[in-house]
Design a protein. Structure first.
Ligand code: NI
Length: 178
């Protein structure tokens, strides 16, 4: 397996609307294995195909309870209230910011065999699904913030880049990245 390069803010692939996934074949399974390894190595709790430069509608995730999972062509419906929690993104390395999301969602998508599955998760898993589904539409969590939030994230990003240049470190503080 291979650790893939994670694309970061400024890479146009992160801003494209990804194409529907049509082929559930062996080459997809190999790419998904690499994405799982890349997600765990980061470490992160979710990774969408555009984040590794593949403009296709699927992502991998593991909220710590689910184990390694895959979902393609998701259709997501927010169904319950709002949760505001710190969110970060592997494609915006360093910053975290309190981000509003639906507390509960209904999501339908395809597994690695192409079979349709449906779930109605709450909390952290609902947050991961909303974050990853946004990636497939070319959206990042900073687009869900107000101007103050976006500016704070960009400030954190600059500070993180300076720190990394000096120390070569990549601190996540044990927080979840997607
Ligand atoms: Ni992300």
């Amino acid at each position: 397996m291979t650790i893939l390069r994670i694309r970061t803010l400024g890479d146009p692939v992160l801003r494209e609307r990804a194409r529907p996934l049509e082929r559930f074949d062996a080459s997809l399974r190999r790419l998904v294995d690499d994405m799982m390894e890349t997600m765990y190595e980061a470490p992160g709790v979710g990774l969408a195909a555009p984040q590794v430069g593949v403009s296709s509608r699927f992502f991998v995730y593991d909220d710590g309870d689910t184990g390694p999972r895959f979902l393609a062509n998701p259709e997501l419906l927010p169904i319950k209230k709002e949760q505001v929690k710190e969110e970060g993104c592997l494609s915006i390395p360093g910053p975290f910011y309190e981000t509003p999301r639906a507390l509960k969602v209904k999501i339908r998508g395809q597994d690695l065999g192409g079979r349709w599955v449906e779930m109605s998760p709450e909390g952290q898993l609902a947050r991961i699904f909303q974050h990853e589904a946004d990636h497939l539409d070319g959206m990042l969590y900073i687009d869900r913030l107000d101007e103050v939030g976006r500016r704070d994230v960009m400030r954190q990003l600059r500070e993180h880049e300076l720190t990394r240049e000096m120390k070569g470190s990549h601190p996540s503080g044990g927080r979840s990245l997607t």
